[in-house]
Design a binder for this molecule. Structure first.
Ligand code: ZN
Length: 248
């Protein structure tokens, strides 16, 4: 069975069980405006998408684009600089906690002043890495949610609502490349099946993760096919980030 037919079959199982498969979309690394960001905002207009914005690198053009769209804004670290000495990491416990706190606070102040209610106090750690000390401080610093990759272990952790992504459109080789249709559909099917069978938290919406900067034409084409395939089905619902994180 090809990937599309397998996806149809899986969704049919959700429908027959009277269940609704929820989805959400997160795109990372919004900073300076690039044509790919405009293209993606347009392509995702039919669904409620969330953009993880790097506050320290946000430009006026990107600010304008995202504030005119019906999108949610999440905080993607502060500057997306690598402060690690091995695997890339911005939010490392190797830096003084007060410095990290100050940067995240300034980042949130900028996003909330710019985007108002579009901005959610949800942190998306760059490279999905975060030091345990920082993570356990986030709720006290005003964050209410966190989003990384892989099925969540529990809905609440360290006082934060966890809503992750599960389907990565990129394959993180050097250089990064489009994961390809089969791999994307496999990830989608794996998470849907695991939810339906109760192997992971079935309440966590299946999160699709894109990186507009490295999105190629083939990847854009797949996004369009996916949106078409998932539209108009009673057993499919796209969830706004505000609802997924429990603030809307
Ligand atoms: Zn990033």
């Amino acid at each position: 069975m090809n990937g599309w037919a397998a996806l149809d079959t899986e969704l049919e199982r959700w429908r027959r069980a009277g269940r609704v498969a929820t989805f959400w979309w997160r795109d990372d690394d919004a900073a300076a405006l690039v044509p790919n960001l405009e293209r993606l905002v347009q392509l995702l207009a039919p669904i409620p998408a969330a953009f993880a914005v790097i506050p320290g690198r946000l430009t006026a053009e990107t600010r304008r684009l995202l504030s005119t769209g019906d999108v949610a804004v999440l905080q993607h670290g502060f500057s997306h600089d690598d402060h690690g000495d091995g695997e890339p990491v911005e939010l490392t416990d190797g830096r003084p906690l007060a410095v990290v706190q100050d940067e995240l606070r300034r980042g949130w102040a900028a996003l909330s002043a710019t985007f108002g209610k579009q901005a959610l106090p949800v942190l998306v750690p760059p490279w999905h890495r975060i030091g345990p000390k920082i993570e356990s401080s986030l709720a006290a610093w005003g964050f209410s949610g966190i989003s990384r990759f892989c099925p969540r272990e529990r809905r609440m952790q360290h006082g934060l609502t966890v809503v992750n992504t599960h389907v990565d459109l990129m394959q993180w080789d050097r250089p990064p490349r489009f994961a390809g249709e089969q791999q994307v559909l496999d990830q989608l099917l794996t998470h849907l099946q695991a939810r339906r069978q109760g192997e992971v938290d079935s309440e966590e919406p299946t999160g699709l993760l894109s990186h507009h900067r490295t999105t190629c034409n083939a990847s854009f084409a797949l996004i369009e096919m996916l949106l078409n395939r998932l539209s108009g089905r009673d057993e499919v619902r796209w969830v706004p980030a505000a609802a997924a994180f429990g603030s809307g």
